[in-house]
Design a protein around this ligand. Structure first.
Ligand SMILES: CC(C)(COP(=O)(O)OP(=O)(O)OC[C@H]1O[C@@H](n2cnc3c(N)ncnc32)[C@H](O)[C@@H]1OP(=O)(O)O)[C@@H](O)C(=O)NCCC(=O)NCCS
Length: 178
C-alpha cells in the first residue's frame, strides 16, 4: 500500500473507542474491552503518558493503531493493532518497518526496540521476523488472559547496530548450557 500514513493520535477519543470496539483482539489479554474500559484507558493516559500513539491511515481510512510504550526510554516497546478488514495482507510489516525507522531516527538514539507477543500469535511473530527482529526469549506462562487462562509469551527485539547495518545478529542463548 503506497499511500500509508502514520498520524499522531490527538484527542479523537470517540474514533479510538469505535476502532477498539469494532474489532476483536484475539491475541491480546482482553479480546473485547468494553466502551467504559477503553474510555477509562484514554482518561488515564494509556495512549499518551510516556507513550506515543499513531493512527495507521490510508486516504483518511483508519486501518490500525501503533502504541509505542516507554517512549522516553532508550529501550521502547510497542503494540500494533490492525483493523480486522486490513489483516492478512502484509500491512503489519509496513507498520513495523515504519516505526522501527521512526524510533531509530530520533535524536535520543534508541538502543533497541522490543516487542512481546503471545506465543500463538503467528502473524505477529512472522511479521517481526520479516522486519529483522530477533527472537530473544520464550517465556512460559508469562501471559495472563482476561478469561483466566495463561499463555506463553515470546520476546523479539531489534538493536540499533543491526538496524544500521541491515543485519540480524544471533543471540548467545546457548553459548553455555546453564
Ligand atoms: C499481528 C498483525 C499486526 C500482523 O499483520 P498482518 O499484516 O495482518 O500479517 P499477515 O496476516 O499478513 O501475516 C504476516 C506473515 O505471517 C504469516 N502467517 C499468518 N498467519 C500464520 C499462521 N497461522 N502460521 C504461520 N504463518 C502465518 C503470513 O503468511 C505472513 O508471512 P509472509 O509475509 O512471510 O508471507 C495483524 O494481524 C493484527 O493487527 N492483528 C491483531 C492485533 C495483534 O494481534 N497485534 C499484535 C500485538 S503484539
Amino acid at each position: 500500500m503506497n499511500d500509508l500514513q502514520f498520524r499522531l493520535f490527538e484527542n479523537e477519543s470517540e474514533e479510538l473507542i469505535t476502532f477498539m470496539l469494532n474489532n476483536r483482539w484475539e491475541f491480546h489479554s482482553d479480546p473485547n474491552p468494553t466502551r467504559e474500559e477503553i474510555k477509562r484507558g484514554i482518561q488515564n493516559g494509556w495512549y499518551k503518558n510516556d507513550r506515543q500513539t499513531f493512527w495507521v491511515e490510508s486516504s483518511g481510512q483508519k486501518m490500525g493503531l501503533i502504541i509505542i510504550h516507554d517512549f522516553s526510554d532508550t529501550i521502547p516497546l510497542f503494540d500494533l493493532r490492525l483493523s480486522e478488514n486490513y489483516r492478512g495482507r502484509g500491512l503489519g510489516k509496513a507498520c513495523v518497518k515504519w516505526l522501527t525507522n521512526y524510533l531509530f531516527q530520533l535524536s535520543d538514539k534508541k538502543i533497541r526496540i522490543e516487542a512481546y507477543t503471545r506465543a500463538d500469535n503467528y502473524p505477529m511473530r512472522k511479521t517481526l521476523w520479516n522486519c529483522g527482529y530477533v527472537k530473544e526469549g520464550y517465556m512460559r506462562n508469562a501471559w495472563e488472559n482476561k478469561d483466566g487462562t495463561i499463555s506463553d509469551s515470546v520476546c523479539y527485539a531489534i538493536i540499533r547496530k543491526d538496524w544500521e547495518n541491515n543485519v540480524s545478529t544471533p543471540i548467545r542463548l546457548n553459548e553455555v548450557i546453564f
